[in-house]
Design a protein around this ligand. Structure first.
Ligand SMILES: Nc1ncnc2c1ncn2[C@@H]1O[C@H](COP(=O)(O)OP(=O)(O)O)[C@@H](O)[C@H]1O
Ligand SMILES: [Mg+2]
Length: 255
């Protein structure tokens, strides 16, 4: 018996109102993959995550998440939404926000159980957020807030982690720290990770593949096939170069 795919699309198209956002999505993401989701603004990256989360229906075709039809509130998926840092109230404490990942936002309803406290502590530890666990989220730096968001997404022990532009608005050092954290979590928690990004470079050492939204179609390929000058030039709409350093490191840049 082969292992079930983390995410599978078969002939999927998705629409917003009457407009098809993208179509022809047919691919399978294997468990343990670390996948970038790339494409121009408005190409449907967030829409793809919402399909997987069961928040949007397909127009045609079928999506499977760990072998099942996507369903809202699937505890097997952790989700870090786009612009996470801007949506939290001023007064929420880090630890309470992470706990929301366990009870779907019904926090504040009485004291957490010992088991919930243990899980929240474990998630805070996993992302290195213990030292600011009792601070208000609004007072944290962008990088710290992103760690809290990730803790909230993993506290329920998901199999799949979806992150929507988690590196936006972070400085280069902090981007690097978040990428390293994701690599560690993937190994330690045996996660499949999908991450929406604009710049592949900070993630390149870790990525196994990329889903790219191009000309209204969804594609999935091994990362070696995505880091290709012709493809990236088409995708970004500007001439791109792929550079390999003498040390063998790979990066992309606009020409
Ligand atoms: N709630 C919505 N209602 C209608 N159209 C939407 C909605 N959200 C996004 N869209 C449209 O769907 C397309 C894809 O959006 P989105 O998935 O957010 O793109 P991306 O994340 O790649 O920037 C865009 O044209 C956008 O305007
Ligand atoms: Mg988006």
């Amino acid at each position: 018996m082969g292992s079930v795919n983390a995410i599978e699309l078969d002939g999927v198209s998705v629409a917003r109102g009457d407009r098809v956002v993208w179509s022809d999505g047919t691919f399978a993401v294997e468990p343990g993959s670390f996948v970038a989701v790339i494409g121009p603004n408005g190409s449907g990256k967030t829409t793809l995550l919402q399909l997987v989360l069961g928040l949007l229906p397909t127009r045609t075709g079928e999506v499977r998440v760990l072998g099942s039809v996507p369903a809202r509130g699937n505890a097997q998926i952790g989700y870090v939404p786009q612009s996470y840092g801007t949506v939290n109230g001023d007064l929420v404490r880090t630890r309470d926000l992470v706990r929301m990942g366990l009870d779907g936002g019904r926090w504040g309803m009485g004291r957490p159980s010992a088991e919930d406290r243990r899980r929240v502590d474990a998630a805070l530890e996993a992302v290195g957020a213990q030292s600011f666990a009792n601070r208000r989220v609004s007072q944290l730096s962008g990088g710290q807030q992103q760690r809290v968001a990730i803790a909230q997404a993993i506290v329920g022990s998901p199999r799949i982690l979806l992150l929507d532009e988690p590196l936006a608005n972070l400085d280069i050092k902090t981007q690097r720290e978040i990428v390293d954290l994701l690599g560690v979590l993937r190994e330690r928690l045996d996660l499949t990770i999908l991450v929406v990004v604009h710049d592949l470079n900070p993630l390149l050492p870790q990525l196994t593949g990329a889903i790219y939204l191009l000309d209204g179609h969804a594609h999935y390929a091994h990362i070696d096939d995505v880091v290709d000058e012709e493809l990236l030039t088409h995708l970004y709409g500007t001439q791109m170069r792929v550079v390999r350093t003498p040390h063998g490191d790979l990066y992309t840049r606009s020409a």
